[in-house]
Design a binder for this molecule. Structure first.
Ligand code: PMP
Length: 386
């Protein structure tokens, strides 16, 4: 590599994800339980709007940095805040970058969930700050899902702690944080004068229990909620997300967003107005489809010696405890590699999401129909054979 074009320490701080390394071994026929995006088309109202406008002349100007007034209003109404408390972003991914780069200095500590979405720790490192993983509480017989462990967060809050990142419902565990725990954590952070960022991209996928947004659970609102249309309206590639938080904070972060991306894509902002006006109806259909897949997965895995798999209460992930198989395979990565080799089925090893994910595989029920049935059949065969 040319020494003149040597990547910066910031770029080198980004660790390549295990997911990418494993995916390199996939073939054209691989049944893919690895991908965190649905295989569904954009929701009906969005598609109809696109078709209805196909004869109009197309102008494609930049929009105001925080988004068009119409799109900000639509998102604000959806979230239940005022438009000046919303900034539209290029997906939650950019919202995370703006929040982390915009709120953290070198030397700060940022608490990130473990297991958790790998972007959190990587962006914290890119900001020159230090990620401090906080373990989620593993499932028990009494509480079959993963949970928020407030004491584990508290133990890790040093004087350098600047921010706590939450993800609810959670990728990869599929858990939904209970209201009491969430309130207790946010109240602790308020006492300790530490901010929070809550990634709620899976808010529309709640199968069991009650979801409450950190915006509602917080008494002082000293945090930022991130969400968007990628998961709910299957618009992953359109790049539309939002930050919801105190208006003065968003105003202060807008120049960073401006110099990174200028604005969220205009067509996606236009689609957001339509998508959110039809949100409940669209989500009823999506939930029926994805909920059916979830039942199929739970049924298929319930009787292959996995006991009762920790039930996925939210999102579209099942985080399966495969420790009984590890005497044979050693690590979950080795197990995932063998599954790919022997059955051409892709799942993600839990350690790709942090040390607490060891011994688990993440299975995304983002595929349906024949693919899903065939994939589950192969997975069962593999588990029974070993
Ligand atoms: N947060 C989590 C927890 C995710 O799983 C993902 C996508 N896999 C994202 C954010 C990125 O979302 P977006 O498409 O809105 O950038």
């Amino acid at each position: 590599m040319s020494p003149l074009l040597r990547p910066s320490k910031r770029a080198q701080a980004i660790e390549p994800t295990l997911i990418r390394a494993l995916r390199a071994g996939m073939g054209p026929e691989t049944i893919d339980f690895g991908l965190g995006q649905t295989d569904l088309a954009v929701t009906e109202a969005v598609r109809r709007d696109l078709c209805a406008r196909h004869d109009e002349p197309v102008r494609a100007p930049y929009t105001p940095n925080a988004g068009t007034p119409a799109a900000r209003r639509a998102v604000a109404d959806h979230v239940g805040v005022e438009p000046d408390q919303i900034m539209l972003t290029c997906g939650v991914q950019e919202g995370l970058a703006v929040a982390i780069l915009g709120l953290c200095d070198p030397g700060d500590e940022v608490l990130v969930p473990d297991p958790g979405f790998p972007a959190y720790a990587n962006l914290v490192r890119a900001a020159g700050a230090s990620p401090v993983p906080y373990p989620l509480a593993a499932p028990t017989v009494e509480r079959p899902g993963w949970g928020l462990d407030v004491a584990a967060v508290e133990e890790r809050l040093s004087d350098a702690a600047r921010l706590v990142i939450l993800n609810n419902p959670s990728n990869p565990t599929g858990s939904v944080h209970g209201e009491a725990n969430l309130r207790a954590l946010l109240s602790l952070l308020s006492q300790r004068q530490i901010g929070w960022v809550s990634d709620e991209i899976y808010e529309d996928y709640v199968w069991e229990g009650q979801f409450i947004s950190a915006l509602q659970a917080s008494d002082d609102g000293e945090g930022i909620v991130l969400s968007g249309l990628s998961k709910s309206h299957h618009m992953m590639g359109w790049r539309l997300g939002w930050m919801a938080g105190p208006s003065e904070t968003l105003r202060a972060l807008t120049p960073l967003h401006q110099h990174l991306v200028t604005c969220a894509p205009l067509p996606a902002q236009q689609a957001a107005v339509i998508a959110l006006a039809n949100h409940d109806q669209a989500m009823a259909q999506t939930r029926a489809e994805i909920g059916g897949r979830r039942r199929q997965v739970l049924e298929a895995l319930g009787d292959v010696g996995l006991g009762s798999p920790p039930r996925s209460a939210g999102a579209f992930y099942l985080f399966v405890d495969v420790r009984p198989w590890l005497s044979k395979f050693g690590t979950t990565r080795a197990m995932a590699e063998r599954l790919l080799e022997e059955e051409d089925v892709m799942v993600i090893p839990g350690e790709g999401f942090g040390a607490s994910g060891l011994g688990h595989l993440r299975l995304a029920y983002t595929i349906g129909g024949e693919q899903l049935s065939e994939g589950l059949g192969r997975l069962r065969k593999f588990l029974m054979r070993h």
